[in-house]
Design a protein around this ligand. Structure first.
Ligand code: AMP
Length: 543
């Protein structure tokens, strides 16, 4: 029997039409060098329509790619609404990538127009000679246009380009499976790979973000999107906010702890999302210079494992941390760490420190090294594979087909799953340290090290060892004003991990190198070790 339900496509245009009218009085607030800028969703809707008209006039048709090279701000939101809703494909470029990677990505995606913040125009200008496909550059805000001298592409001012254009656009209702947006993975090995989201996947994912067991967004929320709109679509927060009428607070390029704390005190967010390194910096700032953060009901931490010390630090300030796991390939939401009702004490901590419960639409299986599917018993450890309506089925132009296994995406993450669907990751497959045939979790060692009061950050990588194959090298950043030695740190670890897992190679460093999205860059650490540029001290080898 066929259902009698209407077959109405799930589209971003629907979110735009609804969000900019039903929630037309809600606001997007953007941080600037001298205060904030405010606009209502109704205004953003009108400006998005003008942008769409302008892009049509520049020749954007069908599924052509419109790239953004922008921080989180009002105009980036307008691009998020306009580009997919006019039928084109929004491609968010990561402003922190190396020039060669950016050039590779823009060429691979064949971007035709790039919308760029004036503040990052010099970065774009550097790679422009390599971007053959770009025909138009649209510049947002004040900029030094001299850096574009000699550019083959035509240059336009955002405001001049949209001025006087109609404030309504006949948003296109496409097939819901058509491409809406794309984002390249921030992986540290090989070339970045493209993930192409559909209108349907974004729509369904936005609903999940709003759900109670997602980030539980409502019109009463003021959402601080610290996670960049070029990193996994800012975790879906922009579209979700439009869907339910949450206010969006956009920090633009002001992402260091001091301005962030001031933005929080002034704009009173109820919810915020970012990777652990951002929160580590903010926590230190708030501890040193307390300011009013009492409105924050929930801070979502994801993108890397949340160190327990970070969660405890925010708890002490009365802010609830929710741990979430995801990937660019999963739109990105996979699991969220809401504790089941009635759970308290140590058990509550176990739940909170896990990567969270897999959401209803993301199915997962664990696969052992021999390819066997392992039970979800909280004990068996294997690679996590996932599938679902917002999980990519391939990479753009079929890069890396080996990452797909019979309809499942190989996440490259290793861990266990409990019978009640909580995910506990132990490592990235490539970061697991294989010592004498046994696995050592770099994540576990890092969390244990970062629970020492003198440790600001710690990253552990496997390095070659003649006898054991591989052994852990601990790199440690000591907090300002503190001192700590190797023996004390080994002592601190010995209560938490087995003695054969204790690192005997140590390096004290000023800062852990970070990737373009703020994660620990272990590739750089391994490289520094191989080149001999780390000041490595050793303790007695294990027997
Ligand atoms: P990206 O696509 O850049 O967001 O990176 C996705 C990867 O980040 C995942 O495959 C994980 O390895 C890692 N990741 C994301 N969230 C977490 C988390 N909560 N705990 C540990 N690793 C995480």
């Amino acid at each position: 029997m066929r259902s009698t339900m209407q077959d109405v496509p799930l589209s971003i245009a629907t979110i735009v039409r609804y969000g900019t009218t039903a929630h037309g009085d809600r606001e997007v607030v953007t941080c600037t060098a001298d205060g904030v800028r405010r606009a209502t969703y109704a205004e953003v809707g009108r400006r998005s329509a003008q942008l769409a008209h302008a892009l049509r006039d520049l020749g954007i048709e069908g599924d052509q790619r419109v790239a953004t090279f922008m921080w989180n701000n009002q105009e980036h939101l307008e691009a998020y609404l306009a580009v997919p809703s006019m039928g084109a494909v929004l491609h968010t470029l990561n402003v922190r990538l190396f020039p060669d990677q950016l050039a590779y990505i823009a060429d691979h995606a064949q971007d035709k127009v790039v919308l760029v913040d004036g503040s990052v125009l010099p970065l774009l200008a550097k790679i422009l000679p390599k971007l053959d496909s770009i025909e138009h550059i649209v510049v947002n805000g004040p900029a030094d246009l001299a850096v574009l001298e000699g550019a083959a592409a035509q240059v336009h001012s955002w405001e001049e380009l949209i001025a006087g254009r109609p404030e309504e656009f006949d948003w296109v209702d496409l097939d819901e499976r058509d491409a809406a947006a794309m984002c390249y993975t921030s992986g540290t090995t090989g070339n970045p790979k493209g993930v192409v989201y559909s209108h349907r996947s974004i729509y369904l994912h936005s609903m999940q973000v709003c759900m109670g067991d997602g980030f539980s967004l409502t019109a009463a929320d003021r959402v601080l999107a610290v996670v960049p709109m070029f990193h996994a679509m800012a975790w879906g927060l922009p579209y979700a906010a439009l869907m339910v009428g949450s206010t969006l607070l956009m920090p633009d390029r002001f992402l260091t702890p001091e301005p962030l704390a001031a933005f929080i005190a002034a704009e009173r967010p109820t919810l915020a999302g970012a990777v652990p390194t951002v929160w580590t910096g903010l926590l230190a700032q708030l501890q040193a210079h307390p300011s009013d953060v009492s409105t924050l009901r929930q801070v979502v931490i994801g993108g890397s494992a949340c160190p327990p010390a970070l969660m405890e630090g925010f708890d002490a300030l009365g802010i609830r941390v929710i741990h979430a796991w995801g990937m660019t390939e999963i739109s990105p939401l996979g699991s969220v760490g809401h504790v089941p009702p009635g759970v308290t004490g140590d058990e509550e901590w176990r739940y909170r420190l896990s990567q969270g419960r897999l959401v209803a639409s993301v199915q997962a299986r664990l696969v052992g090294p021999d390819g066997s599917v392992l039970p979800h018993d909280g004990v068996a450890v294997g690679e996590v594979e996932v599938r679902g309506p917002w999980v990519t089925a391939s990479y753009y132009r079929d890069q890396d087909p080996d990452r797909f296994d019979d309809g499942w995406l190989r996440t490259g993450d290793v861990g266990s799953i409990t019978p009640d669907s909580f995910l506990n990751l132990t490592d990235r497959a490539k970061d697991v340290i294989k010592s004498g045939g046994e696995w050592i979790s770099s994540m576990e060692l890092e969390n244990a090290l970062m629970s020492h009061p003198a440790v600001a950050e710690a990253s552990v990588v496997g390095v070659p060892d003649e006898r054991w194959g591989e052994r852990p090298l601990a790199t440690v950043v000591v907090k300002e004003g503190h001192t700590v030695g190797i023996e004390e740190l080994r002592e601190h670890l010995s209560g938490q991990v087995a003695s054969w897992q204790l690192p005997e190679r140590w390096a004290f460093i000023d800062e852990v190198p970070k990737t373009s999205v703020g994660k620990f860059d272990k590739k750089v650490l391994r490289q520094r070790y191989a080149e001999g540029t780390l000041d490595v001290r050793t303790t007695a080898p294990i027997r």
